[in-house]
Ligand binder design. Structure first.
Ligand code: ADP
Ligand code: ZN
Ligand code: ZN
Length: 731
């Protein structure tokens, strides 16, 4: 048989093709191996997709690879198959998708060498020698006993759990010639022995119903109110997979308060898990990826891109807060981690568990269509049900730094009863509007269609989209003599006001401006954990995922904006946020309260939030979506273009529209645009969009599969670039 000589490679370029090279050796590497490839005048990293002994191209013009980078493949066959599916479904350039599946650390040419770990083992399991240590050296005895139980040995991490000062003890035992160490490539670690809490009736019933269905692919949605014990269910499911020798991917949204969850997982699973999120360096994330891949840990706990963790025996994927927007990647390769995870589970024929107190309308609709199994948890295992929302009308109230008098009264009552108070305001900075009192000049970003936000502590005006900043002008730059004033309230100003008003109460602000500093964040979280009265102020970051039992009051300021948003998803998101934020209160042994401050108490959505459950509201919103023909009853594919000038962006989309319009069935779908995007100028570029909507997915697919070969030829340049967004989140 002839050896393969030609090979196809994925390269991270925004082009809809793979690249062919000839191999230098007779020895074919496995697919998923990285190579250094000649490319124009330099080199690029490519991932081997396949090899054959013939080529469609002129063999004389095919260049030879420079060198092989990896000994072993960095992507397994399943991952390559998943990336093919993603490229096809999301209509993304295949090379970029393949690189998306790799940890950032390996996207270039850095070498991949599995980190081995030292593992200590008992040399002679002579009971006499060990017994002799019992009285003479109890610390050495303790470690010997542990090693006797774990014949496969213990790593430094595991030894530290037995004794934080393990090192001198182990050295002494080595000196006694009772221990030795060797390099190991991993193996699932040891679970600590813990007493599991007794399950509530609801939790037991749920598990009993789910368990018989866990043998193969199925989507399970746990629709359980806030604090109903969903996390406890996930931890039980993980434990069972462990017992069966399988590994688990556990995805959580990108949030600031994951520390608590990490601690909870650590208590249950010791060091048998790896963590990956955007707060870690590329190297740390790569190490986590590698430990999971080698089977050294059984759980990958992480945010969106942790979905692309590989291992030999994945048994379950869990997606907590499945409705969360952070699962959708909005730049670069556009995909929804929940939807890709479902596909991955289907390919591997394993179960996937989604959980939320406020499931997405997509998932609720999928339950109604009976493609998902739905489970309800309607009670908290703790004493009190989640608080009902109350509206506080501030139309005729005196307002100070965004809070009306009734809100102050409520805060004071809870502080007096030693409760913790959470105040949600989804706007960081000091004030969102800065303008001239005389001529009406406004501080706008030079690069975006956005107002600049005043950040007082940084003495600057900052754009939240592109990071542009400038100093605060003393007088109006337009009319030169007007006074520059600020309007509206951000978290920074709210913090300042509350500190002044409640000088004896700690006021903790958590938003992106403080989350960058780990020390500051840790300090604030410790205060919350202490259970002492305090006021927690924050944005999205404090809205979800945490469980602090001393919080008894949730206050939601400024929910009104969402009532008048142009986004068709605004109502869904508002309902989710309000139920999530209110659900942070009353988790301990005191009942909680939740108030929403509004100027529009009669607005139908406000009234609905007041009187109805999330489930009922979701049903109504689904009815509305159906009657308007919006997702999930329709599918949306968005073409986006951005350019130095708006005209160029619109022209690019005109070209695309022409290519679409000549296809069969184009008439059957709705095509809107090209038109300027809602925020037309962003980071110095003008943006436009062209939207395809259809109730029938097959129509969309048919139009796209006919036109894509031509559309793919339209090159993106630095002047004008374009991208496709399948299942676009917003219109
Ligand atoms: P969710 O994930 O639904 O918000 P959690 O699993 O975080 O809920 O549970 C909320 C609180 O109830 C946590 O403090 C948790 O420790 C506690 N809890 C969960 N299940 C039980 C149980 N079966 N018995 C006692 N407490 C429980
Ligand atoms: Zn002015
Ligand atoms: Zn900007």
């Amino acid at each position: 048989m002839t050896q393969p000589r030609f090979a196809r490679f994925a390269i991270a370029l925004p082009l809809y093709r793979v690249f062919e090279y000839s191999l230098d050796s007779e020895d074919p590497a496995p697919v998923g191996t990285r190579y250094r490839l000649p490319f124009t005048s330099g080199t690029r990293t490519g991932v081997l997709l396949g090899a054959s002994d013939a080529s469609d191209f002129d063999p004389a013009r095919i260049r030879q690879v420079v060198e092989r980078i990896d000994e072993q493949a960095v992507l397994d066959g399943h991952m390559l198959e998943l990336s093919r599916w993603m490229a096809d479904y999301y209509l993304q350039p295949p090379g970029e998708v393949v690189f998306q599946c790799l940890p950032g650390y390996l996207r270039g040419a850095r070498p991949h060498h599995s980190t081995r770990v030292k593992c200590w083992k008992l040399k002679l399991p002579d009971p006499g020698a060990i017994e002799g240590l019992r009285l003479r050296s109890p610390r050495q005895y303790e470690i010997c006993i542990a090693l006797q139980r774990h014949r496969r040995g213990l790593t430094a991490l595991q030894l530290r759990q037995i004794n934080p000062k393990w090192h001198p003890v182990v050295r002494a035992l080595e000196a006694r010639d009772m221990l030795f160490w060797e390099w190991v490539e991993g193996g699932i670690g040891h679970l600590p022995a813990v007493d599991l809490p007794e399950l509530s009736a609801g939790q037991s019933a749920l598990l009993a119903e789910m368990e018989p269905r866990l043998g193969s692919f199925a989507v399970h949605l746990i629709d359980g109110i806030t604090g109903s014990g969903k996390t406890e269910i996930y931890l039980r499911l993980i434990r069972d997979r462990f017992a069966a020798g399988q590994q688990v991917i556990y995805l959580v949204p990108e949030i600031g308060l994951t520390n608590q969850l990490i601690e909870r997982v650590r208590l249950r699973f010791g060091d048998c898990f790896a963590i990956s999120h955007s707060g870690l360096t590329e190297l740390q994330r790569y190490r986590a990826w590698d430990r999971f891949r080698r089977g050294e840990v059984g759980i990958m706990l992480g945010t969106r891109s942790s979905l692309f963790s590989q291992c030999d025996n994945l048994g379950l994927i869990i997606i907590d807060e499945e409705h969360d927007h952070s699962y959708r990647q909005e730049d670069g390769i556009r995909y929804h981690a929940r939807d890709v995870a479902i596909k991955r589970a289907q390919m591997l024929d394993i179960p996937i568990v989604l959980g939320s107190a406020t499931p997405s309308l997509e998932s609720i609709n999928n339950c109604a269509r009976e493609t998902y199994h739905r489970y309800r948890l309607d009670h908290r295992p703790t004493r009190f049900a989640p608080p009902r929302l109350e509206l506080v009308d501030i139309r005729n109230s005196q307002v100070e730094f965004g809070c009306g008098t009734r809100v102050f009264a409520r805060i004071e009552r809870h502080l007096a009863c030693a409760g913790q108070v959470l105040v949600y305001l989804n706007r960081r900075g000091y004030a969102p509007v800065v303008m001239c009192h005389e001529c009406g000049w406004q501080a706008l970003c030079r690069h975006c269609d956005m107002r600049l936000t005043l950040h007082q502590s940084a003495h600057s005006l900052l754009c939240h989209h592109c990071g542009f900043s400038q100093v605060v002008p003393e007088s109006c730059p337009e009319c030169c003599n007007g006074e520059v004033r600020h309007y509206g309230i951000g978290t920074e100003q709210l913090e300042q006001g509350l500190v002044q008003r409640y000088p004896d109460t700690p006021v903790l602000r958590i938003d992106r401006d403080v989350a960058g500093s780990r020390a500051a964040l840790g300090e604030r979280l410790r205060q919350l954990e202490s259970g002492e009265p305090c006021i927690l102020i924050g944005t999205q970051m404090i809205a979800k995922g945490h469980d602090y039992p001393a919080i008894t009051l949730s206050v939601i300021l400024d929910a009104d904006q969402a009532l008048f948003s142009s986004s068709y998803r605004a109502s869904e998101r508002l309902a989710q946020t309000l139920f999530q934020v209110s659900g942070r209160a009353g988790r301990g042994d005191r009942a909680g309260e939740a108030v929403v401050q509004t100027r529009f108490p009669e607005h139908p959505l406000m009234q609905a939030l007041l009187r109805k459950s999330y489930r009922d509201i979701a049903q109504e919103l689904l009815q509305e979506r159906r009657s308007f023909g919006f997702p999930p009853y329709a599918r949306v594919v968005m073409f986006r273009a951005d350019a130095i000038e708006l005209k160029e962006a619109l022209e690019k989309l005109d070209e695309i529209r022409e290519l679409l319009a000549v296809t069969r069935r184009f008439e059957e779908l709705t095509c809107v645009g090209p038109m300027p995007a809602l925020m037309t100028r962003r980071i110095g570029r003008y943006r436009a969009q062209l939207c395809l909507i259809s109730q029938d997915y097959q129509v969309l697919r048919s139009v796209l599969s006919q036109s894509m070969p031509a559309i793919e030829q339209l090159a993106s340049t630095s002047r004008t670039s374009w991208a496709i967004d399948v299942d676009a989140y917003d219109l």
